[in-house]
Design a protein around this ligand. Structure first.
Ligand code: ASP
Length: 343
């Protein structure tokens, strides 16, 4: 009799191209039964770990993702947390950065790898990127040192690179290299060997039990500014009934028009207790309110700095923090503090 000490990985299939087939009638891609995915990747049997799978009952294109599905994923992880050494989540690439960012906030005191991956081509396609993404994600989730998992955070693996999930953005709808993390270095690079960049990994100093947060507030909006955006549009958006938080995508290092009607509209919103987060439209870089005259007022009326957070991280962090019964000031302090390595 012997003990099976193989690493145990739970594969969670939510949908996305990786498990899609071409509908012969319409020519469009649609999700198919997850069991077929395993049939199509027999290489999984060669990996030195035990893999179990759970699939969404009705796998979805990730454009249909929402916070209820995020809760489903978080609860699957919570239920299975003690049993498995790591989790690999198969997800459509379109909104993967949002889901993965949300999960990074929802899973507090995470001490095991949660790796998101997907693909640009279905697994059955001759030139598919699905197999490499899937197999390497499982290998990375299985990495251990002195019995401890190497990755202890929510990460995203795509095209030979592992990134911190809440630093990623989908930047290309066609290239296999579909994601970028412009403000934070790669965690692992996959070549002939897996090169782990230890100095960049999140090192939770805690052995506290996993705490799963499932209350998210979706009464939020992202407003992307453009030169010429008019008063009626801004006012209509800021006066949406029951609006509770705003992510404002500004220019450059956090700049906006200095028109008085605009500053007044933001001021009134903040005075109603609605937080406004300033993130940049640029894919990389930092919001520094006060660096230019065009952002000095924003600071004094109380906009919250999104610093170098992605829009995906900012909106999901806002959804997470809004239901924590924080005052506007407390929310600002939490928002401007790095909770999961997102800043
Ligand atoms: N539309 C797909 C999705 O996000 C694209 C993909 O899987 O990469 O579900």
């Amino acid at each position: 009799m012997g003990f099976n000490m193989k690493t145990k990985i739970l594969l969670i299939y939510t949908g996305g191209t990786i498990g899609m087939i071409k509908d012969l009638d319409t020519g469009g891609l649609r999700a198919f039964d997850f069991n077929n995915l395993l049939l199509r990747v027999p290489e999984l049997k060669l990996l030195d770990c035990n893999i179990n799978t759970i699939s969404f009952k009705n796998p979805i294109d990730s454009s249909n993702m929402n916070q209820n599905y995020w809760v489903d994923i978080a609860q699957i992880i919570e239920t299975n947390y003690k049993i498995y050494d790591g989790f690999v989540i198969l997800h459509g690439s379109d909104t993967m950065s949002y889901t993965a960012s949300a999960l990074s906030f929802m899973l507090e005191n995470l001490n095991k790898p949660v790796i998101f991956t997907g693909s640009q081509l279905p697994v059955g396609d001759l030139r598919t990127d699905a197999k490499e993404n899937l197999i390497t994600s499982i290998q990375i989730a299985s990495l251990k040192r002195k019995g401890e998992p190497v990755i202890k955070e929510v990460a995203l693996y795509f095209e030979y690179k592992l990134y911190r999930a809440n630093r990623t953005t989908k930047i290309n709808a066609e290239h296999f290299e579909a994601f970028a993390s412009l403000n934070y270095p790669t965690l692992v690079e996959s070549g002939v060997h897996l090169k782990v960049n230890d100095q960049h990994l999140l090192k939770p100093k805690t052995n506290l039990p996993l705490k799963v947060h499932t209350s998210l507030n979706a009464n939020v909006i992202i407003i992307k500014l453009f030169p010429g955006i008019c008063e009626s549009v801004i006012n209509a958006m800021l006066n949406i009934p029951n609006l509770q938080g705003v992510v404002l995508e500004t220019f450059g290092s956090g700049n906006t028009t200095t028109c008085q009607w605009f500053i007044d509209a933001l001021t009134k919103t903040i005075q109603k207790g609605i937080p406004i987060i300033n993130v940049t439209q640029c894919s990389g870089g930092y919001v520094i309110m006060g660096q230019y005259e065009t952002s000095t007022k924003l600071k004094s009326i109380g906009l919250i700095s999104g610093k170098n957070m992605t829009t995906e991280a900012a909106i999901t962090k806002l959804m997470y923090l809004l239901n924590k019964n924080l005052s506007l000031n407390e929310l600002k302090v939490h928002f401007e503090t790095s909770l999961r390595g997102e800043i």
